[in-house]
Design a protein around this ligand. Structure first.
Ligand code: PEP
Ligand code: MG
Length: 324
């Protein structure tokens, strides 16, 4: 199988209907970077910056952060890398930060909420990203944006830091894109103005699914209770894709489900044209996408939805089996 996937490395994930899905990889450590060339990924769709913070015994200094970001971009050799700002709290607790004593950490003080309340850390990270980019394009996205105001405030921080770096005489990024992760259902219903302002959206399916079904992603009792191919969830994904299309806002999906071939095919059938996943999943996902007609899968999905199925999985898997 490895051999089969290796042969696909430089081929696009083009489905039989002609649609092309761009496949990107998730990363978080320097050690992931060799996969950028090896896997055939078009870029890094999600770079989890908190990993550098999690493996240290204290907050990495600005120069250390900037050096890492710069090395990542060097290794990317011009491929797009989307840096997600610190996603701390809930399932990601820094060893040197006392976790807030919260009854529901997943719903608590985490990610962008913490970033906007403790601005020093976020400012330092944004400065590091700007310095790391040094004349190259910079893509930044913020985790757990639940409402427009949070995105506006976070985006303003990026613009303020660029202005500050300019005044200090530092080399600025050649271009800056500011995106949001869509991880809470609320953001799908944000006002038009949000979709107009945001440069791109990345659906964080791990969190989005936990909040959609109100089922803790860390809790074995409920984690697998709701299928990703549940008709309600797939419809919701379709609605998000539709809202983004209305505003020509680029949208991708970067949760673990993107790396599961059947899920990936269904997301593509719902209109997603960019997926980001662990590097080892790119081969298997591409292999399946190149063998299917997304319009046919969409027909199977729509039929299952109208016939009252809870999940489209049995129908889609049955259809794929018949196709061989
Ligand atoms: C997600 O929630 O889908 C995501 C990609 O972010 P993380 O898994 O790091 O929370
Ligand atoms: Mg998340």
């Amino acid at each position: 199988a490895q051999q089969k996937y290796a042969e696909l490395r430089d081929l696009p994930a083009s489905a039989l209907c002609g649609s092309i899905v761009s496949l990107h990889m998730n990363a978080g450590l320097m050690a992931d970077l060799p996969s950028l060339t090896g896997s055939g990924a078009e870029g890094v769709g999600l770079y989890r910056t908190e990993l550098q913070f999690l493996v240290r015994s204290k907050v990495p200094r600005r120069a250390e952060q900037a050096a890492l970001y710069s090395r990542i971009l060097d290794a990317g050799k011009g491929k797009r890398v989307v840096f997600r700002t610190l996603d701390i709290g809930s399932d990601k607790v820094l060893p040197y930060m006392r976790p807030a004593d919260e009854p529901n950490p997943a719903l608590g003080w985490r990610a962008i909420r913490l970033g906007l309340d403790r601005r020093g850390v976020m400012r330092m990270q944004l400065q590091s990203l700007i310095r790391g980019a040094k004349g190259r394009p910079l893509s930044v996205m913020f985790p757990m944006i639940a409402q427009f105001e949070e995105f506006k405030a976070a985006r303003k921080m990026v613009l303020d830091e660029i202005e500050r770096e300019r005044k200090l005489g530092h080399v600025l990024p050649s271009n800056v894109e500011v995106g949001a992760m869509l991880e809470t259902p609320s953001l799908a219903f944000a006002p038009e103005a949000f979709f107009e302002l945001v440069d791109f959206i990345s659906i964080g399916g791990n969190d989005l699914k936990q909040f959609f079904f109100a089922a803790d992603r860390e809790n074995e009792r409920v984690r697998r209770r709701y299928d990703t191919l549940n008709v309600s969830y797939l419809s919701f994904i379709g609605q998000i894709v539709g809202r983004c299309a209305e505003h020509q806002t680029p949208v991708s999906f970067c949760g673990e489900d993107a790396g599961r071939p059947v899920e990936a095919a269904c997301f593509a059938a719902m209109g997603l044209r960019a997926l980001s996943m662990r590097p080892a999943s790119i081969g298997p996902v591409k292999h399946l996408l190149r063998q299917v007609d997304l319009d046919e899968i969409r027909t199977v999905i729509d039929y299952a939805r109208t016939s009252g199925a809870q999940s489209v999985r049995p129908s889609v898997e049955g259809f794929l089996r018949e196709r061989g």
